[in-house]
Design a protein around this ligand. Structure first.
Ligand code: ADP
Ligand code: GLC
Length: 486
């Protein structure tokens, strides 16, 4: 089974969120399950520098519109994953974030950048591929950034691979003005309801959702939610229409990177049998971020993009009350300026009890997972969420809203659940300040009951959140689309 995995970010080189983590782990898990994988990603500076030995495979001539000619490089990571790196310095040789310039705004040519990625993914997956000796049976795309690939493949190539499009976040739909059609080598014949048109605009994601052979999203609950007007973000009609081709496959986590027993970022690695060692990580974290070294109250942790999706305005608003429980709070995140300011101000009001780091910091993210007592994730919607699974693996019970993948992975505390091993965190329903504060207060109280808390941590750490199960479900899906491929 040959699979081309087309992605706009990949851990550990280029990451803005969970998609990067998934792309860094799932292809390897699929390879271990027997697939012959190639990852197609833009040759951003970080990937160019990571693979100085990459060799030039082929030149890709102009493919119409304003899509520039490009080059394909071949590389292999230390763990044996093979890459096709799409080299086009005019579009990808830029510092920092793959989607945003230094001013925090989208790059103005994102439509061209990701249309080129999608166009090349399609070219490599059809009869006209310029790559000798390797053609995929399945092209697996992710989010709007590669959403146009199934469309280009169906209408602009022949004898194409089967296509799978995974929705990691329906909030990002790749919507652009109709003016860009010509630039993307699309014509008026593509401009209709079953093409790329979307309420008078063009949408990369919509085109892919209409034309990929199979659709997946990253949790079973989110697969249901997005078929409703409340969560479908305008695409619910199309998704309902395609319900029989839409499945929810829960993400896994990469234990090579997220394992408290072998985490190089931690002051004191620990496992289920040595949970008492976790306290040393709390003390170190408190020191590092400037919190008072208290052991008499729980420490709540947040690692997140600061956006409306994540419900962190509720945490910012709850912060003053948290400090009264008493409890401490450590936050790492970046994103919306209003939320960044709200958290900064909260920290200023509670020196020693609230610490806020604005920025993206991989090492600190690991230290918060290990050093906090309770991990907060009150998301308004959450396709899957990886952080709650990291915190489960680190024995840091998550406190989450019952939505998407959070509902599929976190089981609310109860005496019965504690005893039968199912309860592993705290779950509330309403995205309200009362619900967040009430549940946090309850969790903070329970934290003082050391025996029950220890059992809750044991339950959390006993779960298997690895990629093995999800990878075999993707493989089953690929086989259902291409039964002849072995
Ligand atoms: P999303 O993809 O919606 O942001 P996920 O929970 O799936 O949410 O994945 C988020 C990933 O990004 C996790 O690996 C998390 O640790 C990481 N992350 C988010 N914000 C930061 C940050 N400010 N610094 C370091 N890592 C972060
Ligand atoms: C998205 C979602 C997140 C999910 C991640 C990886 O960014 O917001 O819930 O875990 O993709 O699939």
């Amino acid at each position: 089974m040959k699979v081309l995995f087309a992605t706009s970010e990949i851990t550990p080189w280029v990451k803005t969120g969970g998609l990067g983590d998934v792309a860094g782990a799932l292809p390897l898990a699929l390879q271990q399950a027997g697939c012959d994988m190639r990852v197609l990603a833009p040759r951003y500076p970080a990937l160019r520098d990571a693979f100085p030995q990459a060799h030039h495979l082929v030149h890709l001539p102009w493919m119409g519109g304003h899509l520039p000619g490009a080059d394909l490089y071949e590389a292999e990571s230390a763990d044996g994953l093979k890459f096709f790196l799409l080299d086009c310095p005019a579009l990808f040789d830029r510092p920092g974030n793959p989607y945003l310039g230094a001013d925090g705004h989208d790059w103005p040519d994102n439509h061209l950048r990701f249309a080129l990625l999608a166009r090349v993914a399609a070219r490599l997956s059809g009869a006209g591929t310029p790559v000798p000796g390797w053609r995929p049976d399945v092209l697996h795309c992710h989010d709007w950034q590669t959403g146009l690939a199934p469309y280009y493949l169906r209408f602009y190539e022949s004898d194409g691979a089967a296509t799978v499009l995974t929705i990691h976040n329906l909030a990002f739909q790749g919507v652009f003005s109709s003016d860009v059609m010509g630039e993307l080598a699309l014509t008026s014949s593509d401009w209709h309801m079953d093409g790329v048109e979307y309420y008078g605009y063009m949408s990369f994601l919509k085109a892919g959702l209409r034309h990929a052979d199979a659709l997946t999203t990253v949790s079973p609950t989110y697969a249901h939610e997005i078929q409703s007007p409340a969560e479908g973000m305008g695409l619910q009609g199309l998704l309902t229409d395609r319900a029989s081709q839409l499945t929810g496959i829960l993400n896994g986590i990469d234990y090579a990177t997220w394992n408290p027993a072998h985490d190089p970022h931690l002051a004191a690695p620990y496992d289920r049998e040595h949970l008492y060692v976790k306290a040393a990580n709390k003390a170190e974290l408190q020191r590092q971020v400037g919190l008072t070294e208290r052991i008499d109250c729980p420490l709540f942790g947040v690692v997140s993009r600061l956006t409306y999706q994540k419900g962190l305005d509720l945490v910012a608003a709850a912060g003053d009350l948290l400090a009264e429980f008493p409890a401490q709070l450590v936050v790492l995140g970046n994103g919306e300026k209003g939320l960044e300011t709200a958290f900064r101000e909260l920290a200023e009001r509670h020196p020693g009890n609230v610490a806020v780091t604005i920025g993206f910091n991989e090492a600190l993210a690991h230290r918060i997972e290990a050093g906090a007592d309770i991990f907060l994730m009150p998301s308004r919607f959450e396709p899957c969420g990886l952080n709650q699974m990291y915190s489960l693996a680190y024995g840091t019970p998550p406190l989450v809203r019952a939505t998407g993948g959070l509902a599929d992975t976190v089981v609310n505390y109860s005496a019965a659940g504690l005893a039968d091993g199912s309860a592993n965190g705290f779950v509330f329903n309403d995205a309200t300040l009362d619900a967040v504060v009430g549940t946090a207060r309850w969790a903070a109280l329970l934290w003082h009951d050391k025996a029950s808390w220890h059992q809750l941590q044991q339950n959390a750490m006993a779960g298997d959140y690895s990629w093995n199960g999800p990878a075999s479900r993707y493989l089953d899906l690929y086989r259902s689309l291409r039964p002849a491929a072995t």
